[in-house]
Design a protein around this ligand. Sequence first.
Ligand code: GTP
Ligand code: MG
Length: 316
Amino acid sequence: MMLQQIRVVEKPEVYIRKALRESRKGKKVRIRDKRSRQKQEELQKIRIYKDVLYDEVQKVVKSFPSFENLDPFYKELIDSQIRIDDLRKELSRLSWIRQKLLVLFRDYNSRVRGTESIIKIKSIQKEFYGRTSSLLKKSEKTFKFLENSRRTIKNFPSIKTKIKTICISGFPNVGKSTLLKKLTGANVEIQPYAFTTKSLLLGYIEKKLQIIDTPGTLNRYNKMNSIEKQAHLAIKYLAEKVIYVFDLTETCGYEIEKQIELFKKLKEEFQEKEIIIFLSKTDILKPEQVESFITYLKDEKIFCDSEPLKAYITPP
Ligand SMILES: Nc1nc2c(ncn2[C@@H]2O[C@H](COP(=O)(O)OP(=O)(O)OP(=O)(O)O)[C@@H](O)[C@H]2O)c(=O)[nH]1
Ligand SMILES: [Mg+2]
C-alpha cells in the first residue's frame, strides 16, 4: 500500500539550507570577462536555489496519496483521524507556495539580468533568498501538519484491500487473538486480561484470505477510540464475513447476556454480512452448556473448534 511511503516532511529551514548549499556548488562558468562571468554565476545560483526548493516542495506534495484513487477504507480511516479536508487544504497551500516560488524567481531573475554591478546583483540575490525563505517559514504550520499526518498514516495497519477478508470480533479477553493464531499461525500476543490487543492484527490463510482481529466493543461510532474506529471501518469496508467470538465461561469478564447483546447489534448493523459464531474456551466448558447455547441460537452457524471453522472459511 502506497500509504506507508509518504516522504518525511522537514521543517522549511531544512529545505532552505539544502537549497543554499546546492546553489553554492554550481558549476564554474567559462567566460573570459570577469564581470559577465560573475553575473552568470550569480544567475546560476538563484536558479539552482529555486530548483531545489521547488523540487523539495513538489516531492512532498506528490508523495501524499491522491485521495480520489484511495480505497474507501483508507479514505475513511484517514478522515477519521486527520480529516481529509484539512489535509487537502494544507497540500494545496504547498502547491501555492510552489507557484509563488516560480513567480518570485522570474521577477528576481530578470532583475539580476538587467543589473550590471555585482554588488547590486548580490543585494538583489539576498533579497530573493529573504523573500523565498519567509514565504516558506510563514507556512511552517503547514509543514508541521503534514509531517504529523504522515506519522499518523504511517502507523495505520497495512491491510490488503483487494483480497477476501474476514474480521474476528467480540468482547475483550474472549479469545479473539487466540483464534487468529489457530486459524493463521499469526504470531500474536495473548494475555489473560482485557484490551491486550491494541491494534488490528492480521493473519493470512494461503495468501487467499485475510483475517483481521478487530478489538473493541463497538460503541457508538463517535465514542470509539482510534483502534475501535479502525476495527469498525475494517468490518464495514473490508469484511465479507465476521467471526463473532463467544466466551460462555464468562472468564473474559463479560456476561453472556452482554455478549448476546453485542452479537445482535453486530447483526443489525451489518445485515448484508454473514456472521459466524465461534465458541471459545470450550475445553473448560460443560458439554451441556455448549449444547443448550447451540439450541438457543439454533438458526446461527456455530463452531466450537477452529479446524472445521477454518475449513468452512477457506476459499476452495
Ligand atoms: N482455556 C482456554 N482459554 C482460552 C482459550 N482461548 C483464549 N483463552 C484465554 O483467554 C485469554 C484471552 O485470550 P486472547 O486471545 O488474548 O483474547 P482477546 O479476545 O484477543 O483479548 P483482547 O486482545 O484483550 O481483546 C487468555 O488468557 C487465553 O489464554 C481457549 O480456547 N481455552
Ligand atoms: Mg487480542
